[in-house]
Design a protein. Structure first.
Length: 434
């Protein structure tokens, strides 16, 4: 490590709260496309994309220009006092591209956690019910409520209780580690059948305001549910008057091969949360959904000082334009097919790979010490990510057992960069398989 990196790490240790973790020791000087350059000029291939925030790549020209132009005119007013057109333009665009052929409304905040908080608030006010159902392996944020909705205990929840009341967690469709010890499709989808027991033993459906789920569970390990699961959940919600919230914070904006992941299942959520890749790294989140639900809260019941900042709004508009102009959702499907095929080849070669899964350019391998017992290979996963970083490719882990290596490459990545990155990943896997 260079003296410059060491100097900055020493400063970081003195200045930044110990609770903020860093997956790598890298300080980035600049980035473009799918390339990161550190303070010493070393280049890295980006395989994590700001944890799903940079689907359009680092610093796309269209977005950078829009931000520059807006920054010269208006940085902030607070939309709740004096309004600006950019907020309306982005709301109109989000309503246009989001699933569902019905009247919708939108609102904006600053982050994924904030949009989830607001979706829950809106659902509770609309239904006049208190309870929320979320799923094992979920990640919805780090605030009190979203931390409660989240499933992984360490590091996200341990030592931070008590948690928000009236949140009920149920098993998700994690087929590789089925909670019911069944095998799809012969299982008959116990993960849907379980709700008869849940509603009898845990919470009455008449008390449930909303059910929230990521269409592909991200931090939980890139868990892709079977085709029947999400439509089945929506039918359960419709039957009991429960608001169905789809959390597209990580899966949205082209990542999975469609603009929004729930489109793969033909699901039109009542409410949808968005953030991360909506604005190419500018802080922005939002909720979009059925007008009658979104309009339920009274004026001043929702909002926030910085929500829908004008610079972030124009970044969002430019990002969506760029995603559509460059056909990046389609590119995600091509990337995903290539990566998934390569990962399956690696699975045949290396017994440490227990499962390979993904949707579009949201791909992962789950590492195990033994394929029969499925004992998580947590230490080996950490060694793989470390090897990749040391060899110029930044990947990060995931999973409730911290044994999943995930790829969230910017959708502008070149084939050459993708191939080189996958070669480094294979070498990393080989290094722990000897």
């Amino acid at each position: 490590m260079s003296s410059r990196q060491e100097e900055l790490l020493a400063r970081r240790k003195k200045l930044v709260s110990r609770g903020i973790s860093n997956a790598t020791p890298i300080f980035v000087r600049e980035a473009r496309g799918a390339t990161l350059i550190d303070v010493d000029g070393k280049e890295y291939i980006d395989f994590y994309g700001g944890i799903g925030t940079l689907n359009a790549g680092h610093c796309p020209d269209l977005v950078v220009e829009a931000v520059k132009n807006q920054a010269e005119k208006l940085l902030h007013t607070c939309f709740m006092v004096t309004m600006y057109e950019q907020y309306l333009d982005l709301a109109e665009k989000l309503i246009e591209i989001s699933p569902g052929n019905f009247e919708k409304r939108a609102m904006f905040v600053n982050s994924g956690a904030e949009c989830v908080e607001n979706a829950v608030k809106i659902a509770r006010f609309y239904t006049k019910r208190p309870s929320i159902i979320s799923f094992e392996c979920a990640f919805h944020g780090r605030t009190l409520l979203t931390m409660t909705l989240t499933s992984k205990v360490k590091p996200y929840k341990f030592g931070f209780g008590p948690f928000a009341p009236e949140v009920y967690k149920v098993p998700s469709a994690y087929c590789y580690r089925c909670h019911f010890n069944s095998t799809y499709p012969e299982c008959g989808l116990h993960c849907l059948e379980q709700f008869e027991r849940v509603f009898a033993a845990e919470v009455a459906p008449e008390n449930v305001a909303a059910m929230i789920i990521e269409p592909v569970q991200g931090e939980g390990g890139f868990i892709v549910p079977p085709p029947e699961f999400l439509p089945g959940l929506q039918r359960i919600c419709a039957r009991h008057g429960i608001v169905f919230i789809v959390d597209e914070v990580q899966t949205g904006f082209g990542r999975t091969g469609k603009m929004f992941a729930c489109e793969h299942w033909g699901v039109e959520p009542d409410l949808m949360t968005v953030a991360k890749s909506i604005a190419s790294g500018m802080p922005l989140g939002g909720v979009v959904g059925r007008a009658e639900i979104m309009d339920a809260p009274d004026p001043a019941h929702i909002g926030g000082t910085f929500g829908g900042n004008p610079v972030s709004c124009v970044a969002g508009l430019a990002t969506i334009e760029y995603l559509q102009k460059e056909n990046l959702p389609e590119r995600a499907a091509v990337i995903g097919e290539k990566v998934l095929n390569r990962m399956k080849q690696l699975q045949e070669k290396y017994p440490i790979i227990g499962d390979v899964r993904g949707l579009g350019a949201m791909n992962a391998i789950e590492l195990v010490k033994d394929r029969k017992t499925k004992e998580p290979a947590k230490e080996e996963t950490a060694a793989i990510t470390k090897y990749c970083v040391e060899n110029g490719v930044i990947v990060i882990s995931a999973g409730i057992f911290s044994n999943v290596v995930r790829t969230l490459v910017p959708l502008v990545i070149t084939d050459e960069q993708l191939d080189k990155g996958m070669e480094v990943l294979e070498n990393a896997i080989a290094s722990v398989s000897r």
